[in-house]
Unconditional design. Sequence first.
Length: 642
Amino acid sequence: MTEMTKRRALPAIIAFGACLLAACLLAPAPAFAGGNLEAYDITALTPIGFPGFVAAKTVPMLWDSRCIPVAVRSNSTFDPIPNPLGPPVLTLNQAEQAIKRAFRSWNDIRTSFIELDLVGRYANPGLPGFDMVNEATFIVPPGSGFIGLSVPTFFIADVSLAAGNDIAGDVDSDVAAAITTCRDADGDGDIAFPVGNYKAGTLIDNDVLFNSDGLRFTTKDADIDTNFSSVDLEGVAVHEFGHAHGLSHVANNQIGSTDGTGSTMFPFIDTGDPAAELSQRSLDDDDIAFSSFFYPEGSAASGPAALHGNDIPFIAVYGVVTGEATDGFTGLPLAGGSVSATNIVTGKQQATAITGTTQLAFQLSTGGLFFVDPTFDIIDGRYRIPLPLGIYNIGIEALDGSPVSAFQINTTASIGGFWGQQIFDEEFWAPGDNNLESRPGLSLPVAAIPSITTPHVDITTNVTNDIANFGALDSVGFTDVGPGFWYAVRIPAAQVTALNPTTIHTGLFFTAVGNASVVPVFARAQLATGSVSGGVATINTAAPLRQEAPFVGQDGDYAPLYFSNPVALTNQIKAGITAGTITDLFLVLQVPTTTPFPGVSGFPPFIGIDLNPPSGASFFSTDGVNFSPTSFNFGFALGTTP
């Protein structure tokens, strides 16, 4: 067994974790996917063959409906709010108004019964801890680098609470017989739970911390600027209180081909892009769908989940697409794949979900969590995506660090990442999906119908041999190129011959942006032929083998150019190499031909760069014909099926 980073164990049935929001201080450089934060369940005490260890199955981390509305108190110690850049600009009252607006963003979802309520203040000069008070405070550990931090405490086993139980261990009763909802039963400021049964994963305390150590928080639209050390409080609060009711991070940082903003639950925020900061205040469809999925309106006859006022039943709006994902390399269930649904009419990424059900080994004596092996840790690869009425393309991508890693999502994704499952190229689902597809860009749309579950959208990740003439990407650029500038990467014919792929199906281009609200759109992407003589490449960009124009990239990720008719293309390339008419292939990308470039920075769209000694495969051009060698390696790769 291998020990993973573990949550500190609290008395017998309680544990806590942390969820973070980080600043993207350099917007183009990626410094948790739609679904839930995860706790774990050891109720059954199932032995696993190691003395002193039992199975800990991952379960959703959610509030019991008896604790809704979730009562939050602000920390009165920080008034005014500290400002490391100068004199204070916010009073606590102004900050509280921004937090209340953030609460309304979640409370106003008509298909979700989650409700957050700011009920007063609480004095705490230090870091908050487990005390049955859900605290909002302007302090995080100095030097942490995080803008916001959400720290949950939850049950790790099913429990029956009796009157007088001291859950927090502070010699104060936290369970009362005279109440039916969670509230301050004795007027001391902390929350008491009603007598009754509670499931593992039930939240019992959640503190949200805002970093006043190195950031200036603002609340007015006019104060949102390009200063990386200045950040909009409301947008950060919407994100952190999404975690506070159980939502994980999402991988979606680019909603569609014309909207570069991402979901509120994406883990990074570009504090130098006012448009990106403002967009954090507004919930994306992904945020709304999963808040509704976990707290569905109309799912009970009484209490918070019953219909009230303008509520709409969850099943009147949402259907659910389900399936199972398999790791094409090993045949094992896939844990932590990010499955997405893109509306074929709007082109907008509607929602994402994480695949897999998982478990770990729990050491009873220490509360430590340990990996065992993938056949134990990964139970299945199932996923569920709640979607409103529509037709969708279903796709899957790896949480490989571009733009987020598996370890920034939840426990299940972290398990998949630990066992090396996040190494596949993104692809779409189509019937007969298997691990040796020649057309990973082919998709058969799936219908989502309210109240209906659409099952068996099962995905197996593709096994590929990518020809990549670069090492680890350690930068992005370039800021100073003009309109129409060209980048190219050479794939020598000898590499193709040596690999002898069944099909050549995808061009992969690592792209990025200077401002997070901008879509990285290029004039064109190509697979072309050419040759190199005297170190200079001549490329036939006027008659490429395949082209997409314009070409929509991705923010901090590999954007695929799926080749049409890849079998015929592969045969053409192999025949040309044999005949000597094809000496080199080139992956080519052209910057937009007109200015100004969008975004407050005015930068062109970026590409990924490997700054290590050059491989001699990367070139640039101003005319699209004659390409000069560069001292960098560009992040372009050719995707093939073995």
